[in-house]
Design a protein around this ligand. Structure first.
Ligand code: HEC
Length: 172
């Protein structure tokens, strides 16, 4: 290939790119000039919708991220579910509650705690969230003065362990 051929090949490529740019600009200007037309906005919306679809799974929204309750049990800061199960037995929670996985926990005074994580409320008064559950276990009568669940002198550390265990319980 001679220098001359190579040069004209290069020129051809540059010309092709330039004419592409010019044509796109011309179409863009024409489209912008058309009343009621917003090609840039429309393209942005299309691109946005497309990308949103692509990245939806990245967003941490409850409806599209399956709740991993084992993970949630770990979000009870400082909570160890296994230690929690032992403590639930020691505090005698089973005299009033059914607590799956805890020996002799067949009580019927309070609600069955199977599937506790799926409840919306704790004792009907607090939203079912880790911090509120810890508060409830420490001082139920502060939150529900008429409740039959007694204040058992649960320490915050113990409450955290027990809360993390309760969040591992699946519905039956
Ligand atoms: C003397 C019986 C009794 C004991 C002991 C007891 N509870 Fe309760 N518990 C109840 C009652 C009754 C309720 C229902 C409270 C209400 O609705 O006011 C309750 C509510 C709860 C709730 C909220 C359940 C829901 O679905 O709303 C949790 C969680 C709970 N107890 C955990 C425990 C743990 C953990 C222990 C041990 C540290 C314990 N309880 C000890 C009687 C008891």
């Amino acid at each position: 290939m001679s220098d001359r051929d190579r040069n004209s090949g290069l020129l051809g490529t540059v010309f092709a790119i330039l004419s592409g740019v010019i044509v796109s600009l011309a179409v863009g200007v024409w489209a912008l000039g058309t009343p009621g037309n917003d090609p840039v906005g429309a393209a942005a919306v299309t691109a946005g919708t497309f990308m949103e679809g692509k990245f939806r799974w990245l967003r941490a929204e409850p409806e599209n991220v399956p709740q991993d309750w084992v993970e949630i049990s770990k979000t009870v800061r400082g909570g160890d579910p296994q230690r929690g199960a032992t403590l639930i037995a020691q505090y005698g929670c089973g005299s009033c509650h059914v607590v799956p996985g805890v020996a002799r926990a067949h009580g019927t005074v309070g609600p069955d705690l199977s599937g506790f994580r799926d409840r919306a409320y704790i004792g009907g008064v607090l939203s079912n969230e880790p911090g509120d559950l810890v508060d409830w276990l420490m001082n139920p009568t502060t939150h529900a003065p008429d409740t039959a669940m007694p204040d058992l002198g649960v320490t915050e550390t113990d409450a955290r362990h027990m809360a993390s265990y309760l969040y591992t319980l699946r519905g039956s």
